[in-house]
Design a protein. Sequence first.
Length: 176
Amino acid sequence: MTAITISSIVLWIAVIFNLLLTVALIRRINTLSGNQKPVMLKVGQKAPDFTVESLSGEKLTLTDLNQRELAMVFVSPQCGHCREHMPMLNNLYHKAKQIGTELLIISLGDLPDTKAYIQELGFEAPIYAAPRATNELNSTYKVPGTPSYYVIDKQGKVKEGGFLDDKWQKLTQAWI
């Protein structure tokens, strides 16, 4: 083979590889930009059990919270939008408890980052950690991102879920 033929083959391999990378990048951007609705647990579905850990090391499971309505809010120390919502969540914690709803704030960050985050914010409500790297809660609950939430009814079924948006605001207005 001549040098020109070899060069042409290598060039076409590079072009095809570049095309495949471009298609993969376009798909990824479309997924991240919200063109596809996030896959979450379905309303009415039995909520999977989970284990989270308090900042002092105590374990908590869904079974421990039986017969109570539960609002689970997922946050992350690296999430700027979460940081904006933390004062509101701190205020809602006791109000939710007064009406019989357990507000469970779960950090998907690791324990040291979560502790530093909470201390920096002066957060007083209990917070639990379920690090993405070591806890299956993130994948089991199909957490679409942070900040997001699920409401689990007294029978242990998913009542609703989504991001902290207008729907969340309407829900929490009943707590105030």
